[in-house]
Write a protein that binds this ligand. Structure first.
Ligand code: KG4
Ligand code: ZN
Length: 346
């Protein structure tokens, strides 16, 4: 199969990777701006774009060096062209077009959400389809039935916040800084998941849907005080308890609806991808679900769950085999992608 250079710049990570056969990583680098945004409490789009300008095209050129691959040995250059922040996307797309023209290699336009799922091929010998995948990230929490790499049909998902967004907002409420997901996960390891009883919206119903708005409000009221109840004293192990209880509620919903989606779709192959798939409790519960049901579970390594370029190159390799190329007139699309284009069923 093909040797692909992947480029990712949809949000605040600039990344490049060289992947062979859609699964073997020869080299990869990620320049994250997450620490720069800690002081802002979130990503500032204009600053993120400037960060990409600083990192490109040096980062992909360095990765080619790391991998020991000369440009003429590449079969194609794949870039995440949607969805994302428009300024950030433009940097990666412009860089990919320039390299494609300079190296005389074909260009492949990759959907960032579909690429998250394709990360399950990295380091894996065989992945059988069809499978049901949950993509849980900062902007996305949706379930798909996948017929092959990148071939995804939306089954349902969140009606308000994404799971990662809920973690980040919970961390802000608890004054834990940005990005909040990893921090909450870390503190939760030392807390009691039953200390607080937080809501699990829709968990008992028969629809593949999620909602985290009520959970977030419930944490806010509990921490700040509400209807005669005073603010929570976050001393002792109360922060750990709040993190563990919040994490348990999010994970219950994500896993409960994954089980429903897989049963409905009649799939015994299941996957979780996206930044939230780094979550330790989610990984444990996923392993438990697959064990109990006798399902085959696919979970990328943590470094390939968050935004990375190996996933872009992996999906690029399958698209290369199918002859799905883009022209040098490729445009970045902020709102496109699997979440919006695919039609939801059930
Ligand atoms: O996939 P990703 O890197 O970027 C997007 O495409 O959005 O996901 C980032 C999200 C952030 O909201 C971050 O807080 C969350 O993933 N995240 C986690 C963990 N690690 C990252 N959430 C919960 N537990 C974690 N360990
Ligand atoms: Zn992502």
């Amino acid at each position: 199969m093909a040797t692909i250079l992947g480029i990712e710049s949809t949000c605040d990570e600039t990344a490049a990777a060289v992947v062979v056969d859609g699964k073997r990583v020869l080299g990869e680098r990620i320049a994250s701006q997450a620490e720069d945004f800690a002081a802002w409490g979130g990503v500032v789009p204009e600053l993120a774009a400037r960060g990409h300008v600083d990192a490109l095209p040096g980062l992909p050129l360095a990765v080619l060096d790391d991998a020991g691959i000369a440009p003429h040995h590449l079969d194609a250059i794949a870039v995440a062209a949607w969805p994302g922040l428009i300024g950030s996307l433009l940097c990666g797309v412009t860089c990919a077009k320039t390299l494609a023209a300079a190296f005389d290699r074909p260009l492949i336009a990759v959907d960032h959400i579909r690429a998250h799922v394709a990360a399950i091929h990295l380091g894996a010998e065989t992945v059988r389809y069809p499978l049901v995948a949950l993509v849980a990230s900062g902007g996305h929490s949706h379930y798909y039935r996948c017929e092959g790499p990148g071939d995804m049909r939306l089954l349902g998902g969140t009606i308000d916040d994404a799971a990662g967004e809920a973690f980040d907002k919970a961390a802000a409420i608890l004054d834990l800084g940005y990005p909040g997901g990893p921090r909450i996960d870390e503190l939760a390891e030392g807390g009691d998941p039953e200390a607080f009883r937080f809501p699990r919206s829709f968990l008992g119903d028969d629809e593949v849907r999620l909602s985290f708005a009520g959970l977030k409000t419930s944490l806010l009221y509990r921490v700040r005080g509400h209807q005669g109840r005073g603010p929570l004293d976050l001393g002792g192990r109360r922060v750990e308890d709040a993190c563990a209880s919040f994490r348990a509620a999010v994970v219950d919903c994500l896993i409960g609806k994954l089980a429903l989606a897989a049963r409905r779709a009649g799939c015994r192959e299941v996957a979780i991808a996206g930044g939230v798939a780094c979550n330790r409790e989610l990984r444990r519960r996923f392993a438990g679900l697959c064990h109990t049901e006798g399902w085959e579970g696919h979970l990328p390594a943590p470094r390939h769950c968050g935004d990375n370029a190996a996933m872009v190159a992996a999906l690029g390799a399958f698209m290369f085999e199918r002859g799905e190329f883009a022209g040098l007139d490729l445009e970045a699309v902020p709102t496109g992608g699997a979440g919006r284009r695919a039609k939801a069923e059930g």
